[in-house]
Design a binder for this molecule. Structure first.
Ligand code: HSE
Length: 314
């Protein structure tokens, strides 16, 4: 008799993609919210989505059109386990918020399905299946939400076909402020407006910032983190999509933030701050959104959260 589970529920955390300077390659997990995905074995192969509940409204239940469904289809096709998957998705991450909701559903699906396999896959294999799902949502393959949701913490991914994943240490005492304005911004739309080429001087500046940020994290150098925490390529093109962006960012920086930028494709904004400054930064961001009459959800979190995991099985 098989000892593997017949069903499993996984929790996959939200995430902040790009982290200002690592467009499509850097992200950190946010455990305060996430998606729960339950996957059960079925007699016949294939993937079905029984229901989608939670905060996401209407999402497709055709597996080929759904991020979690597509991830499980990719897994089925590669592994041919001899049984099928039926899935229920409970969304805890608002749709089109820039908090990695589509990635979390895909990650939750593959982590739950993995618990049903006689020979479980490695996290790197799961990453590749989940990436197929993310492509449905945004139209392109990128890993800056998938990798942190799966692995946890601040995560750098190098490569797409053969991804290499590195969890970057985050200095003690850094907290993240997350502010989600009540509006929708599709990742597809926020990607479509981006120019296809980058000025050489901006390329140099952004490269220096990414290198400075990562080295600052490894060496607990807050001055380096603050100096390099600036996106000179993507943020200037996207900020017009988020009402009040400049004022909120400026207020966060004046309140002592190490950096403040767009979370993923937006409209959520995030800031990093030392613990002693974090509440002041949050208040400053809250105040500016209120002045613009924009409602928000807010979170103050640690950056080193755990990645996706099975929370129940039977
Ligand atoms: N890194 C991608 C972007 C997706 O900014 O378009 C973030 O979710």
């Amino acid at each position: 008799m098989s000892t593997t589970a017949r069903w499993a529920t996984a929790f996959a955390p939200a995430s902040v993609g790009n982290v200002a300077i690592g467009f499509d390659i850097l992200g950190f997990s946010v455990a305060a919210l996430g998606d729960r995905v339950t996957v059960s074995r079925t007699e016949t192969s294939g993937v079905t989505i029984a229901e989608v509940t939670g905060v996401a409204g209407q999402l497709p239940t055709d597996p080929a059109q759904n991020t979690a469904g597509r991830a499980l289809l990719a897994m089925q096709e590669a592994l041919r386990p001899g049984f099928g998957f039926a899935m229920r998705i409970d969304k805890g991450i608002p749709l089109s918020s820039g908090l990695g909701g589509s990635a979390a559903s895909a990650v939750g699906a593959v982590v739950a399905a993995n618990a049903l396999l006689p020979q479980p896959c490695s996290k790197l294999e799961l990453l590749k299946y989940a990436m197929q799902g993310e492509q449905v949502a945004s139209g392109s393959l990128h890993v800056d939400n998938i990798a942190p949701s799966l692995f946890g913490g601040l995560v750098l991914t190098v490569g797409i076909d053969h991804p290499r994943v590195k969890q970057i240490p985050v200095p003690e005492g850094i907290r993240a402020v997350i502010v989600h304005p009540h509006m929708f911004l599709s990742t597809r739309q926020a990607r479509a407006i981006l120019k296809r080429s980058v000025e050489l001087s901006d390329f140099v500046w952004q490269t220096a910032n990414l290198a400075g940020f990562i080295s600052g994290c490894y060496t607990n150098d807050f001055d380096m983190i603050r100096a390099s925490f600036e996106d000179v390529v993507i943020e200037p093109q996207r900020q017009a999509l988020i009402p009040g962006f400049q004022r909120v960012r400026l207020a966060a920086m004046e309140a002592g933030a190490l950096g403040c930028s767009i979370s993923g494709a937006g409209p959520t904004l995030f800031a990093w701050a030392l613990a002693k400054d974090a509440h002041r930064v949050l208040e400053a961001m809250r105040r500016e959104f209120a002045a613009a009459s924009i409602g928000i959800d807010e979170w103050l979190v640690d950056v080193g959260a755990d990645g996706a995991r099975v929370v129940e099985s039977g």
